[in-house]
Design a protein around this ligand. Structure first.
Ligand code: NAP
Length: 324
């Protein structure tokens, strides 16, 4: 079985797997099968979110692996995220409890605030997950909940043992800096979009300097976003055929372009959570940590930076310009 290197989280000293498994876009039985397969391969961190709409299915995959004796609950980092419509203090607890029940677990290892954006509450019975839109077109209205209110509600759940570590996602350095000024329970992890077209040098340096580990999502850049047919992802040179990446892969016998892209991230001290449907790719991604890139190779990949984000709410949602 393959194993991942770990990153020690500063607040608790707990060893977070550096290579985790992304579960976004896995649906139905395929989500259950993918989670079970990933655990068999050796993945020990499952990155999920209420917004992915597949927490029950992923939880079933975890249950199968536990029933088969592949893992015990405490071997696996189960990760979820608070959706934007549940930021009011009176909704945070119910949202966490719903995600826990869907997963079939009694605590999360990491629980992120998915976006630093509060949207108007949508009851579970009305629509779950609530998403950004009512009907594919009309955006859920913004709410006026300061991040501090949401954070304090999350801290209570850490006190009660429902959450082991808190994290923030899609948050820039200024917001992280502000949060660190009042947080009683500091964020342990920052999860942001990072790939060779969006290197995020300063955000990574700032978070790491504050003892906040960084997890890169969408490590393969446009590839993970092609399913949505956005022109940005369709018109961007795929990373796996980029001459800089293919030339580096050619210099490391047995390595592949996806592995080079992933290794560039982990060699920066970042955690990664690639999503994949096939066992072969799951294994390949996990084995990426075995490559050693030279300083020149790391720098050459870093030079591909264009500050290009595929998950930028400012692209489609008025009033979300805090990201730009
Ligand atoms: N915090 C946030 O707001 C946020 C946003 C986006 C994503 N995330 C998290 O990050 C995870 C990963 O990001 P992502 O889903 O955007 O995409 P990604 O991991 O960058 O890319 C996934 C794509 O790469 C393909 N792939 C995976 N391994 C491969 C390999 N070795 N060779 C060739 N192709 C390979 C997959 O193919 P197949 O699926 O066909 O195997 C899929 O099309 C998500 O699942 C989610 O957990 C978080």
């Amino acid at each position: 079985m393959l194993t991942s290197p770990v990153i020690k989280l500063q607040r608790t000293g707990a060893p977070m797997p550096q290579v985790g498994f992304g579960t976004w876009k896995h649906t139905g039985d395929k989500a259950t099968e993918a989670v079970e397969a990933a655990l068999k391969v050796g993945y020990r961190l499952l990155d999920c979110a209420a917004d992915y709409g597949n927490e029950k299915e992923c939880g079933l995959g975890l249950k199968h692996a536990i029933d088969e004796g592949i893992v015990k609950r405490h071997d696996v980092w189960v990760v979820s995220k608070l959706w934007n419509t549940f930021h009011r203090k009176e909704h945070v607890r119910a949202a966490v409890k719903k995600s826990l029940a869907d997963w079939g677990v009694d605590y999360f290892d990491i629980y992120y605030m998915h976006f630093p954006i509060s949207l108007e509450f949508v009851p579970f019975e009305t629509r779950y997950p609530p998403g950004w839109f009512f009907d594919g077109k009309s955006q859920v209205k913004h709410d006026n909940v300061p991040i501090q209110e949401t954070w304090e509600a999350l801290e209570e759940l850490v006190d009660e043992g429902l959450i082991r570590h808190l994290g923030v996602s899609n948050t820039n350095s200024a917001l992280l800096m502000d949060l660190l000024k009042y947080a009683r329970v500091k964020p342990s992890v920052l999860q942001i979009e990072i790939h060779p077209y969006n290197v995020q040098t300063r955000a990574v340096a700032y978070a790491q300097s504050q003892g906040v580990a960084v997890t890169a999502y969408s490590s393969f850049g446009p590839l993970g976003w092609l399913v949505f047919g956005t022109s940005k992802s369709a018109h961007t040179q795929p990373l796996f055929t980029h001459p800089v990446i293919t030339a580096i892969a050619a210099k490391h016998p047995g390595s592949t372009p996806p592995q080079v892209v992933l290794r560039w991230a982990t060699q920066r001290g970042l955690a990664i959570i690639p999503k994949s449907d096939t066992v072969e790719q799951m294994e390949q991604n996990m084995k990426s940590s075995g490559i050693k890139l030279s300083e020149e190779e790391m720098a050459a990949i870093g030079m591909l930076d264009m500050g290009l984000r595929f998950n930028d709410p400012a692209d489609g949602f008025e009033g979300c310009h805090i990201f730009s």
